[in-house]
Design a protein around this ligand. Structure first.
Ligand code: PMP
Length: 360
């Protein structure tokens, strides 16, 4: 078997040991005579898988009891609608921080359901920084404040939790969840598409403070209805069973790595190395304000974009995959999620240094 170093932004690298275990368990899952994909989600075997995954995720993130954890479909994009539908029943303003492509999409979706107040925007700075919190225009009467802790495309990350007083804070953690410990109690709702740090695409994790579930509007679709899904243990409709199972294996793997504190140490080191290399080079450049640089997604551009094609081609030949930047911004992007090892980052830096030497 030959596996590349995978820097894809999502779906992204999964731990090899998790894949091997899934392969070993595939055809006859725990003596059932069928795979986990072929059995009822309501049967005893799958219920155990589901409950263990939830328990482990709760332990990893230290989720307080007054929060429900949901395993749903629909992606983070589904949550762009679910959040206003569940949290803003009565025409109140919804506060949004505009820090890049993904918060932009969340804003566009929320505008279908009511008035959106843009608290602050970094658009005029090319979305390369986080607006200074002293300039934010929070509405104390807002239904909630939404932000995107890590902008996957721009490579911009909040390294602090916004202070919103009594107004619930909602976070799209798709590309940063499980990369380090967080204080769940600071949030009203946390949601994340699974396909970066959790598991395969098709699963969406939502963590919601229970008291907020009383709010929803009358027209919320059943699959997006937090209260209904909580009441039915995320099984009002058929959940994404395989993705839920595989996420459970990833949670076990994370515990073996020393949990999120252990992960944070490695992730910080990986990011620091790569930014240090880029900053000390005349050939590569990262456009993001240093205090807002993402640990997970590192965009960089080459001094001469005519070299982009050969950079990507030679990287592929060297076993480094998924480095092409998002089509909306071009350039390169190295996504260095939990399952991307420090050895992968070292190999990337070595390749970049060699490429620079040959082309500078
Ligand atoms: N938010 C962020 C921060 C993302 O990175 C992504 C996917 N790349 C999305 C939302 C959309 O997620 P999905 O495709 O699961 O709907």
């Amino acid at each position: 078997m030959s596996r590349v170093f995978n820097f894809s932004a999502g779906p992204a690298a999964l731990p090899e040991s998790v894949l091997q275990r899934a392969q070993a368990e595939c055809a006859d899952f725990r003596g059932a005579g069928m795979s986990v994909m072929e059995m009822s989600h309501r049967g005893k075997i799958f219920m155990e898988v589901a409950e263990k995954a939830e328990r482990d995720l709760r332990a990893l993130l230290n989720v307080p009891d007054d929060y429900a954890v949901l395993f749903l479909q629909g992606g983070a994009t589904g949550q762009f609608a679910a959040v206003p539908l569940n949290l803003q029943p009565g025409g109140q303003a919804m506060d949004y921080l505009d820090t890049g492509a993904w918060s932009g999409k969340a804003i566009k979706e929320a505008q279908k359901y009511g008035p959106v107040n843009i608290v602050a925007s970094s658009q005029s700075h090319g979305y390369a920084s986080i607006p200074d919190s002293s300039t934010w225009k929070l509405d104390p009467g807002a239904a909630y404040v939404h932000y995107t802790p890590n902008e996957t495309i721009g490579g911009v990350e909040f390294h602090f939790v916004p202070e919103t007083g009594d107004v619930p804070l909602v976070a799209d953690m798709s590309s940063t969840i499980l990369s380090r410990p967080i204080d769940v109690a600071r949030y009203g709702v946390i949601y994340a598409g699974a396909q970066k740090n959790i598991g395969p695409a098709g699963l969406t994790v939502v963590i919601v403070r229970r008291d907020l579930m009383e709010r929803k509007s009358a027209g919320v679709p059943a699959v997006l209805d937090y209260a209904l899904q909580v009441k039915n243990d995320s099984m009002y409709n058929t959940p994404p069973t395989f993705a839920w199972y595989l996420a459970g294996l990833v949670f076990e793997w994370l515990m073996e790595q020393g949990g999120l504190a252990g992960m944070a140490q490695v992730n910080e080191r990986k990011a620091r190395k790569l930014y240090h290399f880029v900053d000390n080079s005349e050939f590569y450049r990262n456009p993001v304000e240093p205090s807002a640089r993402s640990w997970m997604n590192v965009p960089f551009i080459l001094a001469d974009d005519a070299l982009d094609g050969s950079f990507l081609k030679q990287a592929e030949e060297a076993g480094l995959s998924g480095l092409k930047g998002h089509r909306s911004v071009g350039g390169m992007r190295a996504s260095i999620y939990n399952a991307v090892s420090e050895a992968a980052v070292d190999a990337l830096i070595e390749f970049m240094a060699d490429f620079e030497q040959r082309h500078a």
